[in-house]
Structure formats: structure tokens, C-alpha cells
Design a protein around this ligand. Structure first.
Ligand code: NAP
Length: 328
């Protein structure tokens, strides 16, 4: 006997372009394949990657639901997955990466490991906002090993990745200096655990970092390499590392002699390409931090699923909050 799954409400696009390509409609609910779970989503979170993937790239072979991150409840499991997972509250990562089934929909299907058990008491809103920023932050901080006792400079400490990085760096035992552009953002960074907050728009910002780290910083988590290169070179300790995770179509000229003289490592990080072991370590650490109640979310700004295009535009417009989509 054939059973037909009910349809689900979803945001999707059939061609790439500005947010006007997003449609909201009923589409067929996907079934979980081998090793997959189907999750009934309650909340999705929007990241810059969502509007960037929607805007650029190759032709789409099939309609694409946007969204990497979200949270909800496991509602069905595919062959090979423990049936006991049904009913489990989970946070989702990488849902729409090289797969059609992003999180801006009532259901997604993901490989079982990408639906991560959510400790009791953690709100689904906070859980939805973890994936991309927290895994990126973890990888940038810890891809070269422990940072206990090191001084880390995290640029943009009120941004999604920067705010996550402050919290994970503190848990890893680092001394944390961060940069922001306003006192309101500075308060978010302090609440996240930064030891020192510096306004990067101030004329003496570089001097302020130097005063905070007279021996130099060991590791820089960089969101704006071209704009910050001079400061980074001025404050980095010999043998220091700059890890860049953002590109804004403004590639820098590489100052080879200055980097070489100080034996600097210039590293680049893309979360989708992190080694499976690094992602697994990130997921374990994020879950442990959640369970201990130590992670705090950024302020949220919410949109209904029907307004997914406005949610994308808010992120593209760099709204100073974490953008969530409420799934009906
Ligand atoms: N490679 C990867 O795997 C990966 C993963 C996640 C994100 N990303 C990329 O990383 C970027 C940030 O993502 P996000 O979600 O964290 O965005 P976000 O929440 O908008 O945060 C960006 C932050 O960068 C800060 N910033 C901008 N210019 C700065 C400067 N010169 N110095 C210090 N801080 C500066 C902004 O602060 P002000 O508003 O105060 O300037 C803002 O707080 C995006 O381009 C995204 O596509 C890449």
C-alpha cells in the first residue's frame, strides 16, 4: 500500500537572485532516507550564507529550501537510525548545504548526526541559532590545538560568530580581547565574557589592544581582514595566527615581509570544509556548554515563515541581532 505524506509549508527558490526569488507554498514533505532523521522544525535561524547561496552559484537542479540552522523535534527516522530518537528535541546544523532540505520549512531531513540532542531546559530559539556561528567559532579558535592561557583577539564581538567565539574562547581558558563599534555592542561582548572590549572605530584602537596585550596576541579571529590588517600586524605576537572566516569582495594585498618577519600564520576557515573530527569536537563542546547553562544568545529579531524574504534582507542589511524565522 502506498502512503502519501501530507504536504508542508516551506520557503523555497527555483532560481538564484535577490530575495524576490523566494516563494512560500505547500510542497511535498520529504521522507528520511538511510541514516537520516526527519525533524519537525519550530524555529529556523538565518545566516549570511543563506542569502549568499540564494544569490550566487550554479543553476539549481531542483527547488531549494534555504537555511542551515534550526531547532525542533525528531518526528521520523530512516533505516539504520535508532527509533528511540523519535520525540527528541534537537538543534540542526548544515541542513541546506548541498541538500535541498533547508530549515525554512515545517520539516527537514538531515543525516542523523546533524540533528544534535538538546539538553533539557535549553530554549529552541537559542538552539536554532547555534549551528553556523558556533561551529565556525569553535573551528577558528581550536583548529590548531588548545588555547588555554593564550591571548585571543576576536574582531566583531557582537556579531554572530564573534559573540560565539568570545564564549567558547573563555570556556577554553583564553584571555579574550574583542573589538566592537558601539557601546551597546560592547555590553553584549562583556556579557558574553570578554575581558577587554575595544571600539575599533576609535583612532587609538590599535594602541588600546597593545596596552591590553603588551606581549602581543597569540591568535586573531578575523571578520574583516583587509580593513584590520594593519592593526593585526601591529598587535600580533611573533608566531601568532590570524584566522579569517569572512570575505567581502575586498581582498587585501598580502604584506609578505611583515608577515614573514614575525613568522605569522595566515589561515582561512570555511565551516563547510571543516574536518569531520573538528565538527564533532565542536558539536560536543557546544552541547556541553549548553548543558552547563553557560551559553547565552544574542538578542533575536523574528519573522514569520511567510516573511522569509524580509528575514534574508535583514541579514543582508547586517541587522545587529540574530534573525529567527518562526515556523507555523
Ligand atoms: N567561513 C565560514 O565558514 C563562515 C561562517 C560564518 C560566517 N561567515 C561569514 O562571516 C561574516 C560574519 O558572519 P556573522 O553571521 O557573524 O555576521 P554578523 O552577525 O553580521 O557579524 C558581523 C560582525 O562583524 C563586525 N565587523 C564588521 N567590520 C568590522 C571590523 N572592521 N572590525 C571588527 N568588526 C567588524 C560587525 O560589527 P559592526 O556592525 O559593529 O561593524 C558585526 O558585528 C559574513 O560575511 C559571513 O558570511 C563565514
Amino acid at each position: 500500500m502506498r502512503t502519501t505524506l501530507p504536504s508542508m509549508r516551506a520557503a523555497f527558490y527555483e532560481q538564484r537572485g535577490d530575495s524576490g526569488v523566494l516563494q512560500i507554498d505547500e510542497i511535498a514533505t520529504p521522507g528520511p532516507g538511510v541514516g537520516e532523521v526527519r525533524v519537525r522544525l519550530a524555529v529556523a535561524a538565518v545566516n549570511p550564507t543563506d542569502w549568499k547561496m540564494r544569490s550566487r552559484g550554479d543553476d539549481l537542479p531542483a527547488p531549494q529550501i534555504p537555511g542551515m540552522d534550526g531547532a525542533g523535534v525528531v518526528e521520523a527516522v530512516g533505516p539504520g537510525v535508532d527509533i528511540g530518537r523519535i520525540g527528541e528535541r534537537v538543534w540542526i546544523y548544515h541542513a541546506g548545504y548541498q541538500r535541498r532540505w533547508g530549515t525554512a520549512a515545517q520539516f527537514t531531513v538531515v543525516p542523523a548526526r546533524q540533528a544534535v540532542h538538546l539538553p533539557d531546559g535549553v530554549e529552541l530559539d537559542q538552539a536554532a541559532a547555534l549551528g553556523i556561528p558556533y561551529i565556525t567559532a569553535y573551528g577558528c579558535l581550536l583548529c590548531d590545538g588548545p588555547i588555554e592561557g593564550q591571548t585571543v583577539l576576536i574582531h566583531g564581538g557582537a556579531g554572530a560568530v564573534g559573540h560565539a567565539a568570545i564564549q567558547l574562547a573563555r570556556r577554553a581558558g583564553a584571555h579574550v580581547i574583542t573589538t566592537v563599534s558601539s557601546s551597546a555592542k560592547g555590553e553584549l561582548a562583556i556579557a558574553a565574557g570578554a575581558h577587554v572590549v575595544i571600539d575599533y572605530t576609535a583612532p587609538d584602537a590599535t594602541e588600546a589592544v597593545r596596552r591590553a596585550a603588551p606581549a602581543g596576541v597569540d591568535r586573531i579571529i578575523e571578520v574583516a581582514l583587509t580593513r584590520n590588517m594593519d592593526m593585526d600586524l601591529a598587535v600580533l605576537a611573533p608566531h601568532g595566527v590570524i584566522v579569517t572566516y569572512a570575505a567581502d569582495n575586498d581582498d587585501p594585498t598580502i604584506p609578505v615581509r611583515a608577515l614573514m618577519t614575525n613568522n605569522v600564520t595566515l589561515r582561512f576557515a570555511m565551516v563547510y570544509g571543516f574536518a569531520p573530527a573538528l565538527i564533532a569536537a565542536a558539536v560536543a563542546e557546544i552541547t556541553a556548554a549548553l548543558a552547563s547553562g553557560e551559553l547565552q544568545p544574542l538578542p533575536f529579531i523574528r519573522f514569520p515563515l511567510e516573511e522569509t524574504a524580509a528575514a534574508h534582507d535583514a541579514v543582508e542589511g547586517r541587522v545587529a541581532a540574530k534573525v529567527l524565522i518562526d515556523i507555523p
